[in-house]
Design a protein around this ligand. Structure first.
Ligand SMILES: Nc1ncnc2c1ncn2[C@@H]1O[C@H](COP(=O)(O)OP(=O)(O)OP(=O)(O)O)[C@@H](O)[C@H]1O
Ligand SMILES: [Mg+2]
Length: 603
Protein backbone atom coordinates (compact mmCIF):
# COMPACT_ATOMS: atom_id res chain seq x y z
CA UNK A 1 0.00 0.00 0.00
CA UNK A 2 1.33 3.42 -0.91
CA UNK A 3 1.42 6.31 1.47
CA UNK A 4 -1.36 8.83 1.46
CA UNK A 5 -0.11 12.36 1.07
CA UNK A 6 -1.73 15.71 0.78
CA UNK A 7 -1.52 17.08 -2.76
CA UNK A 8 1.47 19.14 -3.84
CA UNK A 9 1.04 22.74 -2.84
CA UNK A 10 1.24 24.90 -5.96
CA UNK A 11 1.72 28.13 -3.96
CA UNK A 12 4.73 26.70 -2.24
CA UNK A 13 6.11 25.52 -5.55
CA UNK A 14 5.89 29.07 -6.86
CA UNK A 15 7.50 30.55 -3.77
CA UNK A 16 10.49 28.23 -3.66
CA UNK A 17 11.14 27.77 -7.33
CA UNK A 18 13.36 30.73 -8.19
CA UNK A 19 15.42 31.58 -5.08
CA UNK A 20 18.02 30.64 -2.53
CA UNK A 21 17.38 28.68 0.64
CA UNK A 22 19.16 29.17 3.96
CA UNK A 23 18.62 26.89 6.92
CA UNK A 24 19.48 27.66 10.52
CA UNK A 25 18.32 26.25 13.85
CA UNK A 26 15.59 28.91 14.18
CA UNK A 27 14.12 28.42 10.78
CA UNK A 28 14.48 28.90 7.07
CA UNK A 29 15.02 31.88 4.80
CA UNK A 30 13.17 31.36 1.55
CA UNK A 31 14.00 34.33 -0.64
CA UNK A 32 12.16 37.23 0.94
CA UNK A 33 10.09 34.99 3.19
CA UNK A 34 10.86 33.44 6.52
CA UNK A 35 9.63 30.02 7.49
CA UNK A 36 9.69 27.58 10.38
CA UNK A 37 8.85 23.90 10.59
CA UNK A 38 6.59 22.42 13.22
CA UNK A 39 5.38 18.89 13.82
CA UNK A 40 2.49 17.46 15.77
CA UNK A 41 4.14 15.69 18.67
CA UNK A 42 1.08 14.56 20.58
CA UNK A 43 -2.49 13.70 19.69
CA UNK A 44 -5.55 13.39 21.89
CA UNK A 45 -7.25 9.97 22.05
CA UNK A 46 -9.89 11.15 19.60
CA UNK A 47 -9.89 13.95 17.09
CA UNK A 48 -12.85 15.87 15.76
CA UNK A 49 -13.79 15.61 12.08
CA UNK A 50 -12.08 18.18 9.93
CA UNK A 51 -9.15 18.67 12.29
CA UNK A 52 -6.65 18.53 9.43
CA UNK A 53 -8.59 21.18 7.56
CA UNK A 54 -8.49 23.47 10.61
CA UNK A 55 -4.71 23.23 10.90
CA UNK A 56 -3.95 23.61 7.22
CA UNK A 57 -6.29 26.61 6.94
CA UNK A 58 -4.25 28.67 9.38
CA UNK A 59 -2.78 31.62 7.51
CA UNK A 60 0.70 31.03 6.14
CA UNK A 61 0.68 27.31 6.90
CA UNK A 62 1.68 24.69 4.36
CA UNK A 63 0.94 21.27 5.73
CA UNK A 64 1.94 17.77 4.88
CA UNK A 65 -0.22 15.04 6.30
CA UNK A 66 0.87 11.53 5.63
CA UNK A 67 -0.55 8.16 6.51
CA UNK A 68 1.54 5.04 6.04
CA UNK A 69 -0.58 1.91 6.43
CA UNK A 70 1.11 -0.82 8.46
CA UNK A 71 0.59 -4.50 8.74
CA UNK A 72 -1.88 -4.94 11.60
CA UNK A 73 0.06 -7.72 13.31
CA UNK A 74 3.22 -5.65 13.83
CA UNK A 75 1.39 -2.61 15.16
CA UNK A 76 -0.98 -4.55 17.35
CA UNK A 77 1.91 -6.28 19.08
CA UNK A 78 3.71 -2.91 19.45
CA UNK A 79 0.57 -1.34 20.95
CA UNK A 80 0.05 -4.33 23.24
CA UNK A 81 3.66 -4.10 24.41
CA UNK A 82 3.23 -0.39 25.04
CA UNK A 83 0.03 -1.03 27.04
CA UNK A 84 1.82 -3.65 29.15
CA UNK A 85 4.77 -1.31 29.86
CA UNK A 86 2.49 1.56 30.82
CA UNK A 87 0.40 -0.69 33.06
CA UNK A 88 3.56 -1.47 35.04
CA UNK A 89 4.44 2.23 35.12
CA UNK A 90 0.91 3.17 36.21
CA UNK A 91 1.32 0.95 39.26
CA UNK A 92 4.95 1.64 40.14
CA UNK A 93 5.32 5.34 39.28
CA UNK A 94 5.47 7.61 42.34
CA UNK A 95 5.12 10.90 40.52
CA UNK A 96 1.36 11.60 40.26
CA UNK A 97 1.61 13.27 36.87
CA UNK A 98 3.67 10.49 35.29
CA UNK A 99 1.35 7.87 36.76
CA UNK A 100 -1.70 9.58 35.28
CA UNK A 101 0.11 9.87 31.95
CA UNK A 102 0.82 6.12 31.98
CA UNK A 103 -2.82 5.34 32.84
CA UNK A 104 -3.96 7.54 29.97
CA UNK A 105 -1.63 5.72 27.57
CA UNK A 106 -3.05 2.38 28.65
CA UNK A 107 -6.56 3.66 28.02
CA UNK A 108 -5.70 5.14 24.60
CA UNK A 109 -3.93 1.94 23.52
CA UNK A 110 -6.89 -0.16 24.58
CA UNK A 111 -9.25 2.13 22.67
CA UNK A 112 -7.25 1.73 19.48
CA UNK A 113 -7.19 -2.05 19.84
CA UNK A 114 -10.95 -2.06 20.46
CA UNK A 115 -11.62 -0.05 17.30
CA UNK A 116 -9.43 -2.34 15.23
CA UNK A 117 -11.16 -5.39 16.57
CA UNK A 118 -14.75 -4.16 16.54
CA UNK A 119 -14.83 -2.02 13.42
CA UNK A 120 -12.09 -3.64 11.39
CA UNK A 121 -10.31 -0.28 11.34
CA UNK A 122 -7.06 0.03 9.39
CA UNK A 123 -4.09 1.38 11.26
CA UNK A 124 -0.85 2.96 10.28
CA UNK A 125 1.67 5.60 11.07
CA UNK A 126 0.48 9.16 10.72
CA UNK A 127 2.87 12.05 10.35
CA UNK A 128 1.95 15.73 10.22
CA UNK A 129 4.50 18.39 9.40
CA UNK A 130 3.71 22.08 9.02
CA UNK A 131 5.74 24.85 7.44
CA UNK A 132 4.71 28.29 8.67
CA UNK A 133 5.56 31.16 6.33
CA UNK A 134 5.70 34.91 6.93
CA UNK A 135 7.11 37.89 5.06
CA UNK A 136 8.61 39.31 8.27
CA UNK A 137 9.70 38.07 11.71
CA UNK A 138 6.51 39.53 13.10
CA UNK A 139 4.22 37.88 10.56
CA UNK A 140 5.97 34.55 11.08
CA UNK A 141 5.53 34.84 14.85
CA UNK A 142 1.83 35.71 14.46
CA UNK A 143 1.14 32.81 12.11
CA UNK A 144 3.10 30.40 14.34
CA UNK A 145 1.06 31.43 17.36
CA UNK A 146 -2.16 30.90 15.46
CA UNK A 147 -1.04 27.43 14.48
CA UNK A 148 -0.06 26.54 18.05
CA UNK A 149 -3.37 27.82 19.44
CA UNK A 150 -5.42 25.97 16.84
CA UNK A 151 -3.51 22.78 17.65
CA UNK A 152 -4.13 23.26 21.38
CA UNK A 153 -7.85 23.76 20.76
CA UNK A 154 -7.87 20.38 19.00
CA UNK A 155 -6.03 18.73 21.88
CA UNK A 156 -2.78 18.35 19.90
CA UNK A 157 0.68 19.51 20.83
CA UNK A 158 2.86 21.07 18.17
CA UNK A 159 6.52 21.74 18.56
CA UNK A 160 9.32 23.27 16.61
CA UNK A 161 12.09 20.99 15.40
CA UNK A 162 15.17 23.26 15.70
CA UNK A 163 17.72 20.82 14.33
CA UNK A 164 15.60 19.31 11.63
CA UNK A 165 14.36 22.36 9.74
CA UNK A 166 15.86 21.07 6.52
CA UNK A 167 14.26 17.64 6.89
CA UNK A 168 10.95 19.27 7.71
CA UNK A 169 11.20 21.51 4.69
CA UNK A 170 12.01 18.61 2.34
CA UNK A 171 9.09 16.66 3.73
CA UNK A 172 6.57 19.45 3.19
CA UNK A 173 7.97 20.53 -0.15
CA UNK A 174 6.78 19.14 -3.45
CA UNK A 175 9.69 16.69 -3.72
CA UNK A 176 7.17 14.15 -2.52
CA UNK A 177 9.06 12.18 0.10
CA UNK A 178 9.44 12.12 3.86
CA UNK A 179 12.97 11.85 5.13
CA UNK A 180 13.64 8.87 7.38
CA UNK A 181 14.47 11.02 10.33
CA UNK A 182 11.16 12.86 9.99
CA UNK A 183 9.25 9.60 9.81
CA UNK A 184 10.91 8.47 13.05
CA UNK A 185 10.51 11.84 14.70
CA UNK A 186 6.86 12.54 13.96
CA UNK A 187 5.26 9.21 13.10
CA UNK A 188 2.51 8.14 15.52
CA UNK A 189 0.22 5.14 15.44
CA UNK A 190 -3.22 6.21 14.22
CA UNK A 191 -6.43 4.82 12.85
CA UNK A 192 -7.06 5.46 9.17
CA UNK A 193 -10.44 6.94 10.12
CA UNK A 194 -8.70 9.62 12.20
CA UNK A 195 -6.63 10.63 9.20
CA UNK A 196 -9.53 10.54 6.77
CA UNK A 197 -11.87 12.27 9.20
CA UNK A 198 -9.45 15.18 9.08
CA UNK A 199 -10.56 15.99 5.55
CA UNK A 200 -14.19 16.70 6.18
CA UNK A 201 -14.16 19.33 3.43
CA UNK A 202 -13.90 16.55 0.87
CA UNK A 203 -17.29 15.30 1.86
CA UNK A 204 -20.30 17.45 2.51
CA UNK A 205 -23.36 15.42 3.45
CA UNK A 206 -26.30 15.30 1.14
CA UNK A 207 -29.94 14.76 1.63
CA UNK A 208 -32.52 14.61 -1.10
CA UNK A 209 -35.90 15.73 0.09
CA UNK A 210 -37.30 12.24 -0.30
CA UNK A 211 -36.02 8.74 -0.90
CA UNK A 212 -34.41 6.48 1.67
CA UNK A 213 -31.62 6.41 4.21
CA UNK A 214 -28.65 5.02 2.32
CA UNK A 215 -25.74 5.41 4.73
CA UNK A 216 -23.98 7.84 7.01
CA UNK A 217 -21.46 10.23 5.58
CA UNK A 218 -18.03 10.83 7.02
CA UNK A 219 -19.42 13.36 9.49
CA UNK A 220 -21.89 10.82 10.76
CA UNK A 221 -24.78 12.61 9.03
CA UNK A 222 -27.54 10.61 7.38
CA UNK A 223 -27.41 10.45 3.60
CA UNK A 224 -30.94 10.42 2.25
CA UNK A 225 -30.95 9.39 -1.36
CA UNK A 226 -33.64 9.66 -3.98
CA UNK A 227 -32.50 7.61 -6.94
CA UNK A 228 -35.25 9.03 -9.10
CA UNK A 229 -34.35 12.65 -8.56
CA UNK A 230 -33.46 14.43 -11.77
CA UNK A 231 -31.67 17.67 -12.37
CA UNK A 232 -28.13 18.89 -12.91
CA UNK A 233 -25.86 15.93 -13.37
CA UNK A 234 -28.43 13.40 -12.15
CA UNK A 235 -29.84 12.21 -15.42
CA UNK A 236 -30.60 8.55 -14.72
CA UNK A 237 -31.26 6.17 -11.83
CA UNK A 238 -28.65 3.59 -12.76
CA UNK A 239 -26.13 2.24 -10.27
CA UNK A 240 -22.81 0.49 -10.67
CA UNK A 241 -21.35 -1.24 -7.61
CA UNK A 242 -17.78 -2.52 -7.65
CA UNK A 243 -15.66 -4.17 -4.99
CA UNK A 244 -13.65 -7.27 -4.16
CA UNK A 245 -15.45 -10.46 -3.05
CA UNK A 246 -17.13 -10.20 0.32
CA UNK A 247 -16.78 -6.42 0.65
CA UNK A 248 -20.52 -5.86 0.82
CA UNK A 249 -21.72 -5.08 -2.72
CA UNK A 250 -24.68 -7.42 -2.62
CA UNK A 251 -25.51 -6.28 0.91
CA UNK A 252 -25.53 -2.64 -0.20
CA UNK A 253 -27.69 -3.50 -3.19
CA UNK A 254 -30.08 -5.53 -1.02
CA UNK A 255 -30.48 -2.50 1.21
CA UNK A 256 -31.33 -0.42 -1.85
CA UNK A 257 -33.72 -3.13 -3.09
CA UNK A 258 -35.53 -3.29 0.22
CA UNK A 259 -35.98 0.45 0.40
CA UNK A 260 -36.94 0.88 -3.24
CA UNK A 261 -39.42 -1.98 -2.88
CA UNK A 262 -40.99 -0.21 0.06
CA UNK A 263 -41.21 2.97 -2.00
CA UNK A 264 -43.15 1.07 -4.66
CA UNK A 265 -40.49 0.28 -7.27
CA UNK A 266 -40.79 -3.05 -9.05
CA UNK A 267 -37.62 -5.11 -8.67
CA UNK A 268 -36.12 -7.69 -11.04
CA UNK A 269 -32.95 -9.41 -9.85
CA UNK A 270 -30.75 -11.61 -12.00
CA UNK A 271 -29.11 -13.76 -9.34
CA UNK A 272 -26.30 -16.11 -10.33
CA UNK A 273 -25.23 -16.82 -6.73
CA UNK A 274 -28.61 -17.76 -5.27
CA UNK A 275 -28.30 -15.15 -2.58
CA UNK A 276 -31.40 -13.06 -3.17
CA UNK A 277 -33.84 -15.89 -2.50
CA UNK A 278 -34.37 -14.99 1.16
CA UNK A 279 -35.05 -11.32 0.64
CA UNK A 280 -37.32 -11.95 -2.35
CA UNK A 281 -39.27 -14.73 -0.69
CA UNK A 282 -39.64 -12.87 2.60
CA UNK A 283 -41.13 -9.94 0.69
CA UNK A 284 -43.61 -12.29 -0.93
CA UNK A 285 -41.99 -12.05 -4.35
CA UNK A 286 -41.59 -14.59 -7.15
CA UNK A 287 -38.49 -16.73 -7.14
CA UNK A 288 -37.89 -18.34 -10.49
CA UNK A 289 -35.23 -20.87 -11.31
CA UNK A 290 -34.02 -20.00 -14.80
CA UNK A 291 -31.21 -22.51 -14.72
CA UNK A 292 -33.14 -25.34 -16.33
CA UNK A 293 -36.10 -26.15 -14.13
CA UNK A 294 -39.48 -27.30 -15.27
CA UNK A 295 -41.21 -24.20 -14.02
CA UNK A 296 -39.41 -21.04 -15.04
CA UNK A 297 -38.88 -20.71 -18.74
CA UNK A 298 -38.33 -18.04 -21.32
CA UNK A 299 -39.09 -19.29 -24.80
CA UNK A 300 -36.38 -17.82 -27.04
CA UNK A 301 -38.76 -18.04 -29.99
CA UNK A 302 -41.40 -15.88 -28.32
CA UNK A 303 -41.42 -12.55 -30.07
CA UNK A 304 -41.34 -9.54 -27.81
CA UNK A 305 -43.55 -6.59 -28.56
CA UNK A 306 -41.71 -3.42 -29.50
CA UNK A 307 -42.30 -0.49 -27.26
CA UNK A 308 -40.97 2.61 -28.87
CA UNK A 309 -41.26 6.23 -28.09
CA UNK A 310 -40.65 9.07 -30.45
CA UNK A 311 -37.10 9.56 -29.23
CA UNK A 312 -36.24 5.92 -29.76
CA UNK A 313 -37.31 6.19 -33.36
CA UNK A 314 -34.91 9.08 -33.80
CA UNK A 315 -32.16 7.12 -32.15
CA UNK A 316 -32.00 4.60 -34.96
CA UNK A 317 -32.27 1.83 -32.43
CA UNK A 318 -34.75 -0.20 -34.37
CA UNK A 319 -34.70 1.58 -37.66
CA UNK A 320 -38.48 1.30 -37.88
CA UNK A 321 -38.56 -2.45 -38.46
CA UNK A 322 -41.32 -4.74 -37.24
CA UNK A 323 -41.37 -7.09 -34.28
CA UNK A 324 -40.64 -10.25 -36.29
CA UNK A 325 -37.69 -8.73 -38.13
CA UNK A 326 -36.26 -7.41 -34.90
CA UNK A 327 -36.72 -10.73 -33.22
CA UNK A 328 -34.93 -12.53 -36.04
CA UNK A 329 -31.94 -10.29 -35.35
CA UNK A 330 -32.10 -11.29 -31.70
CA UNK A 331 -32.36 -14.94 -32.63
CA UNK A 332 -29.26 -14.71 -34.76
CA UNK A 333 -27.35 -13.60 -31.67
CA UNK A 334 -29.05 -16.21 -29.51
CA UNK A 335 -28.14 -19.06 -31.85
CA UNK A 336 -24.59 -17.77 -32.34
CA UNK A 337 -24.20 -17.86 -28.57
CA UNK A 338 -25.65 -21.27 -27.95
CA UNK A 339 -24.65 -23.15 -31.10
CA UNK A 340 -21.19 -21.67 -31.30
CA UNK A 341 -19.78 -22.80 -34.61
CA UNK A 342 -22.52 -22.04 -37.19
CA UNK A 343 -21.27 -20.92 -40.60
CA UNK A 344 -22.70 -18.02 -42.58
CA UNK A 345 -24.46 -20.52 -44.90
CA UNK A 346 -25.98 -22.32 -41.95
CA UNK A 347 -27.11 -19.03 -40.44
CA UNK A 348 -28.89 -18.19 -43.68
CA UNK A 349 -30.60 -21.61 -43.76
CA UNK A 350 -31.64 -21.25 -40.13
CA UNK A 351 -33.03 -17.78 -40.78
CA UNK A 352 -35.07 -18.96 -43.78
CA UNK A 353 -36.47 -21.82 -41.72
CA UNK A 354 -37.35 -19.49 -38.86
CA UNK A 355 -39.34 -17.26 -41.22
CA UNK A 356 -41.18 -20.33 -42.55
CA UNK A 357 -41.79 -21.48 -39.01
CA UNK A 358 -43.30 -18.18 -37.92
CA UNK A 359 -45.45 -18.07 -41.05
CA UNK A 360 -46.67 -21.55 -40.22
CA UNK A 361 -47.72 -20.16 -36.84
CA UNK A 362 -49.50 -17.29 -38.60
CA UNK A 363 -46.91 -14.72 -37.74
CA UNK A 364 -45.83 -12.46 -40.59
CA UNK A 365 -43.71 -9.32 -40.96
CA UNK A 366 -46.58 -7.01 -40.10
CA UNK A 367 -48.38 -9.14 -37.49
CA UNK A 368 -49.28 -7.32 -34.31
CA UNK A 369 -47.89 -9.73 -31.78
CA UNK A 370 -49.15 -7.96 -28.68
CA UNK A 371 -52.31 -10.10 -28.67
CA UNK A 372 -50.68 -13.47 -29.25
CA UNK A 373 -50.67 -15.88 -26.31
CA UNK A 374 -47.39 -17.30 -25.14
CA UNK A 375 -48.52 -20.83 -26.07
CA UNK A 376 -49.22 -19.73 -29.65
CA UNK A 377 -45.55 -19.15 -30.38
CA UNK A 378 -43.43 -21.99 -31.75
CA UNK A 379 -40.82 -23.62 -29.53
CA UNK A 380 -37.42 -25.07 -30.42
CA UNK A 381 -38.80 -28.55 -31.18
CA UNK A 382 -41.06 -26.92 -33.83
CA UNK A 383 -37.94 -25.42 -35.34
CA UNK A 384 -36.29 -28.83 -35.27
CA UNK A 385 -39.28 -30.39 -37.07
CA UNK A 386 -39.36 -27.77 -39.78
CA UNK A 387 -35.62 -28.24 -40.37
CA UNK A 388 -36.17 -32.00 -40.77
CA UNK A 389 -39.11 -31.39 -43.16
CA UNK A 390 -37.26 -28.87 -45.30
CA UNK A 391 -34.16 -31.01 -45.51
CA UNK A 392 -36.24 -33.65 -47.33
CA UNK A 393 -36.95 -31.08 -50.05
CA UNK A 394 -33.28 -30.31 -50.67
CA UNK A 395 -31.21 -31.91 -53.41
CA UNK A 396 -27.94 -30.05 -53.14
CA UNK A 397 -25.53 -32.22 -51.09
CA UNK A 398 -23.75 -29.27 -49.49
CA UNK A 399 -27.03 -27.78 -48.34
CA UNK A 400 -28.13 -31.17 -47.02
CA UNK A 401 -24.89 -31.36 -45.02
CA UNK A 402 -25.62 -27.92 -43.54
CA UNK A 403 -29.13 -29.06 -42.66
CA UNK A 404 -27.69 -32.14 -40.98
CA UNK A 405 -25.39 -30.03 -38.84
CA UNK A 406 -28.21 -27.70 -37.83
CA UNK A 407 -30.50 -30.63 -37.02
CA UNK A 408 -27.75 -32.06 -34.84
CA UNK A 409 -27.14 -28.77 -33.00
CA UNK A 410 -30.81 -27.89 -32.54
CA UNK A 411 -31.48 -31.52 -31.59
CA UNK A 412 -29.12 -31.09 -28.66
CA UNK A 413 -31.27 -28.24 -27.39
CA UNK A 414 -34.40 -30.37 -27.32
CA UNK A 415 -33.06 -33.72 -26.21
CA UNK A 416 -30.04 -33.07 -24.03
CA UNK A 417 -29.67 -31.67 -20.56
CA UNK A 418 -30.63 -28.19 -21.77
CA UNK A 419 -34.10 -29.16 -22.98
CA UNK A 420 -35.68 -27.60 -19.86
CA UNK A 421 -33.97 -24.30 -20.55
CA UNK A 422 -35.10 -23.45 -24.03
CA UNK A 423 -37.67 -25.90 -25.33
CA UNK A 424 -40.69 -24.59 -23.44
CA UNK A 425 -43.27 -21.88 -23.76
CA UNK A 426 -42.60 -18.86 -21.58
CA UNK A 427 -43.93 -19.50 -18.13
CA UNK A 428 -42.84 -16.63 -15.91
CA UNK A 429 -45.38 -15.26 -13.53
CA UNK A 430 -44.10 -11.89 -12.64
CA UNK A 431 -47.08 -10.06 -11.28
CA UNK A 432 -45.42 -9.59 -7.92
CA UNK A 433 -43.45 -6.48 -7.14
CA UNK A 434 -40.17 -8.31 -6.68
CA UNK A 435 -38.93 -11.11 -8.89
CA UNK A 436 -35.75 -13.09 -8.54
CA UNK A 437 -34.44 -14.67 -11.74
CA UNK A 438 -32.17 -17.30 -10.27
CA UNK A 439 -29.48 -18.58 -12.62
CA UNK A 440 -27.46 -20.55 -10.12
CA UNK A 441 -28.11 -23.90 -11.80
CA UNK A 442 -26.67 -22.52 -15.04
CA UNK A 443 -23.28 -23.17 -13.45
CA UNK A 444 -23.80 -26.78 -14.51
CA UNK A 445 -24.33 -25.80 -18.15
CA UNK A 446 -21.70 -25.13 -20.77
CA UNK A 447 -20.36 -21.61 -21.26
CA UNK A 448 -22.29 -21.30 -24.52
CA UNK A 449 -25.60 -22.27 -23.01
CA UNK A 450 -24.99 -19.99 -20.04
CA UNK A 451 -24.29 -17.00 -22.26
CA UNK A 452 -27.29 -17.75 -24.48
CA UNK A 453 -29.60 -17.94 -21.48
CA UNK A 454 -28.28 -14.63 -20.14
CA UNK A 455 -28.98 -13.03 -23.50
CA UNK A 456 -32.45 -14.53 -23.37
CA UNK A 457 -33.01 -13.22 -19.84
CA UNK A 458 -31.72 -9.72 -20.57
CA UNK A 459 -33.98 -9.47 -23.65
CA UNK A 460 -36.93 -10.56 -21.52
CA UNK A 461 -36.08 -8.04 -18.81
CA UNK A 462 -36.00 -5.22 -21.34
CA UNK A 463 -39.46 -6.24 -22.41
CA UNK A 464 -40.61 -5.96 -18.78
CA UNK A 465 -39.05 -2.52 -18.39
CA UNK A 466 -40.68 -1.18 -21.53
CA UNK A 467 -44.09 -2.75 -20.88
CA UNK A 468 -45.38 0.06 -18.72
CA UNK A 469 -43.56 3.32 -19.10
CA UNK A 470 -45.01 4.76 -15.91
CA UNK A 471 -44.03 1.94 -13.59
CA UNK A 472 -40.74 2.39 -11.80
CA UNK A 473 -38.69 -0.73 -12.32
CA UNK A 474 -35.20 -1.61 -11.21
CA UNK A 475 -33.20 -4.36 -12.89
CA UNK A 476 -30.31 -5.72 -10.86
CA UNK A 477 -27.56 -7.76 -12.51
CA UNK A 478 -25.30 -9.13 -9.80
CA UNK A 479 -21.99 -10.71 -10.88
CA UNK A 480 -22.46 -8.89 -14.17
CA UNK A 481 -19.12 -10.02 -15.56
CA UNK A 482 -20.87 -13.33 -16.28
CA UNK A 483 -22.81 -11.57 -19.01
CA UNK A 484 -19.71 -10.57 -20.90
CA UNK A 485 -18.39 -12.49 -23.86
CA UNK A 486 -15.83 -10.47 -25.82
CA UNK A 487 -16.41 -12.71 -28.88
CA UNK A 488 -20.16 -12.12 -28.95
CA UNK A 489 -20.74 -8.83 -27.17
CA UNK A 490 -24.48 -8.59 -27.85
CA UNK A 491 -25.57 -9.32 -24.27
CA UNK A 492 -23.26 -6.57 -23.08
CA UNK A 493 -24.52 -4.27 -25.84
CA UNK A 494 -28.08 -5.13 -24.79
CA UNK A 495 -27.26 -4.24 -21.21
CA UNK A 496 -25.55 -1.03 -22.29
CA UNK A 497 -28.66 -0.13 -24.32
CA UNK A 498 -30.87 -0.79 -21.31
CA UNK A 499 -28.61 1.47 -19.27
CA UNK A 500 -28.88 4.16 -21.90
CA UNK A 501 -32.58 4.01 -22.57
CA UNK A 502 -34.30 2.78 -19.42
CA UNK A 503 -34.69 6.24 -17.90
CA UNK A 504 -37.37 6.91 -20.54
CA UNK A 505 -39.33 4.01 -19.12
CA UNK A 506 -38.82 4.90 -15.44
CA UNK A 507 -36.25 2.13 -15.33
CA UNK A 508 -33.02 1.78 -13.39
CA UNK A 509 -30.21 -0.60 -14.19
CA UNK A 510 -27.97 -1.83 -11.39
CA UNK A 511 -24.74 -3.53 -12.40
CA UNK A 512 -22.70 -5.28 -9.72
CA UNK A 513 -19.24 -6.68 -10.32
CA UNK A 514 -16.15 -7.74 -8.42
CA UNK A 515 -13.87 -6.40 -11.06
CA UNK A 516 -14.07 -3.87 -13.86
CA UNK A 517 -11.23 -5.38 -15.84
CA UNK A 518 -13.55 -7.71 -17.78
CA UNK A 519 -15.52 -4.66 -18.96
CA UNK A 520 -12.41 -3.02 -20.33
CA UNK A 521 -11.20 -5.78 -22.64
CA UNK A 522 -10.19 -3.86 -25.80
CA UNK A 523 -12.65 -5.90 -27.88
CA UNK A 524 -15.66 -4.67 -25.92
CA UNK A 525 -14.37 -1.63 -24.09
CA UNK A 526 -16.60 0.78 -25.98
CA UNK A 527 -19.68 -0.90 -24.50
CA UNK A 528 -18.21 -2.11 -21.21
CA UNK A 529 -16.80 1.24 -20.19
CA UNK A 530 -20.09 2.97 -21.00
CA UNK A 531 -21.91 0.52 -18.77
CA UNK A 532 -19.60 1.52 -15.93
CA UNK A 533 -19.58 5.25 -16.47
CA UNK A 534 -23.19 5.90 -17.58
CA UNK A 535 -24.78 5.30 -14.16
CA UNK A 536 -25.23 8.45 -12.10
CA UNK A 537 -24.67 6.45 -8.91
CA UNK A 538 -21.39 4.63 -8.45
CA UNK A 539 -20.60 2.66 -5.34
CA UNK A 540 -17.08 1.46 -4.60
CA UNK A 541 -16.28 -0.89 -1.77
CA UNK A 542 -12.92 -2.46 -0.92
CA UNK A 543 -10.59 -3.25 -3.82
CA UNK A 544 -6.90 -3.53 -4.45
CA UNK A 545 -4.22 -4.37 -7.01
CA UNK A 546 -4.95 -4.01 -10.68
CA UNK A 547 -8.68 -3.69 -10.08
CA UNK A 548 -8.19 -0.69 -7.83
CA UNK A 549 -5.84 0.95 -10.31
CA UNK A 550 -8.41 0.51 -13.11
CA UNK A 551 -11.10 2.02 -10.87
CA UNK A 552 -8.88 5.00 -10.08
CA UNK A 553 -8.07 5.51 -13.76
CA UNK A 554 -11.56 5.01 -15.18
CA UNK A 555 -13.32 7.11 -12.54
CA UNK A 556 -10.48 9.59 -12.04
CA UNK A 557 -10.41 9.21 -8.27
CA UNK A 558 -8.36 11.28 -5.85
CA UNK A 559 -5.78 9.71 -3.58
CA UNK A 560 -8.02 10.02 -0.53
CA UNK A 561 -10.82 8.11 -2.29
CA UNK A 562 -8.36 5.50 -3.48
CA UNK A 563 -7.24 5.06 0.12
CA UNK A 564 -10.79 4.58 1.33
CA UNK A 565 -11.39 1.86 -1.24
CA UNK A 566 -8.03 0.25 -0.60
CA UNK A 567 -8.63 0.17 3.16
CA UNK A 568 -11.52 -2.21 2.44
CA UNK A 569 -13.39 -1.71 5.71
CA UNK A 570 -16.71 -3.55 5.56
CA UNK A 571 -19.61 -1.21 4.91
CA UNK A 572 -17.36 1.75 4.15
CA UNK A 573 -16.95 2.99 0.64
CA UNK A 574 -17.14 5.78 -1.85
CA UNK A 575 -20.35 6.93 -3.47
CA UNK A 576 -20.21 9.06 -6.57
CA UNK A 577 -23.53 10.77 -7.00
CA UNK A 578 -23.56 12.67 -10.26
CA UNK A 579 -20.23 14.43 -10.07
CA UNK A 580 -20.01 14.60 -6.25
CA UNK A 581 -17.95 12.24 -4.14
CA UNK A 582 -19.02 11.02 -0.71
CA UNK A 583 -17.31 8.68 1.68
CA UNK A 584 -20.00 6.61 3.36
CA UNK A 585 -20.46 4.13 6.15
CA UNK A 586 -23.30 1.74 5.57
CA UNK A 587 -24.94 0.15 8.55
CA UNK A 588 -28.04 -1.95 8.39
CA UNK A 589 -31.02 -1.02 10.53
CA UNK A 590 -32.34 -3.96 12.57
CA UNK A 591 -35.33 -4.52 10.32
CA UNK A 592 -33.07 -4.40 7.24
CA UNK A 593 -30.63 -6.89 8.71
CA UNK A 594 -33.52 -9.29 9.28
CA UNK A 595 -34.33 -9.32 5.57
CA UNK A 596 -30.83 -8.92 4.25
CA UNK A 597 -28.53 -10.98 6.42
CA UNK A 598 -31.01 -13.81 6.60
CA UNK A 599 -29.64 -14.86 3.22
CA UNK A 600 -26.32 -16.18 2.19
CA UNK A 601 -23.75 -14.02 0.55
CA UNK A 602 -20.09 -13.40 0.08
CA UNK A 603 -17.67 -16.19 -0.60
N1 LIG B 1 -22.72 -3.03 5.69
C1 LIG B 1 -22.73 -4.26 6.20
N2 LIG B 1 -23.24 -4.48 7.43
C2 LIG B 1 -23.26 -5.72 7.96
N3 LIG B 1 -22.80 -6.82 7.35
C3 LIG B 1 -22.27 -6.68 6.13
C4 LIG B 1 -22.21 -5.40 5.50
N4 LIG B 1 -21.64 -5.56 4.29
C5 LIG B 1 -21.35 -6.86 4.18
N5 LIG B 1 -21.73 -7.55 5.27
C6 LIG B 1 -21.55 -9.01 5.53
O1 LIG B 1 -20.50 -9.49 4.72
C7 LIG B 1 -20.92 -10.60 3.93
C8 LIG B 1 -20.38 -10.45 2.53
O2 LIG B 1 -21.00 -9.33 1.94
P1 LIG B 1 -21.62 -9.40 0.47
O3 LIG B 1 -22.18 -10.73 0.14
O4 LIG B 1 -22.52 -8.22 0.35
O5 LIG B 1 -20.29 -9.17 -0.37
P2 LIG B 1 -20.08 -9.03 -1.94
O6 LIG B 1 -19.23 -7.84 -2.13
O7 LIG B 1 -21.39 -9.05 -2.65
O8 LIG B 1 -19.23 -10.34 -2.27
P3 LIG B 1 -19.20 -11.24 -3.60
O9 LIG B 1 -18.37 -10.48 -4.59
O10 LIG B 1 -18.54 -12.48 -3.16
O11 LIG B 1 -20.60 -11.43 -4.05
C9 LIG B 1 -22.45 -10.60 3.97
O12 LIG B 1 -22.97 -11.88 4.12
C10 LIG B 1 -22.79 -9.78 5.17
O13 LIG B 1 -23.06 -10.64 6.26
MG1 LIG C 1 -22.20 -10.36 -4.01
Amino acid sequence: MKNCKTPINENLLNIIAPMVLKFNSKGIEIGENLARCYVISKYPSSLEYGWLGKLSNVQGVVMLSEFIPQSEGVLISAISKNIAENKVRAISERDDYKRMQAEKRVEDGQNILKQIEENGESIGIMANVMLVLGNSEEALKKNSEKLINTAISLGCNVRQIPFFQEDGFITVSPYGYTTEIMEELVGRVALLSTYIGGYFNLSEGFSDEQGFYFAKDINGKLMIMDLWKRGGDRTNSNIVAVGAPGKGKSTAIKKIILNEYMLGTKILVVDPEREYDTIVKSLGGDWINLGGSNKGNINPLEIKPISLDENDKNEDVYDGIGALALHLQNLEVFFSLCLGKVTERQKAILNANLIKLYNKFNIFWDTDITNINNTDFPIISDLYNILVENKQLEEDTKTIEDYNDLILYIGNLINGQDQFLFNKHTSLHTDSKIVCLDTYDLNNSSERIKKAQYFNIISWCWQQITKDRREKIMLICDEAYLLIDPEIPQTLIGLRNIGKRCRKYEGALVVVSQSIIDFLDPRIKMYGQALLTLPCYKIFLGSDGKDLQEIVDVFELKQIHKDIIQAGVQGRGLLINGSKHYIFNMELADYEAKYILGGKGGR
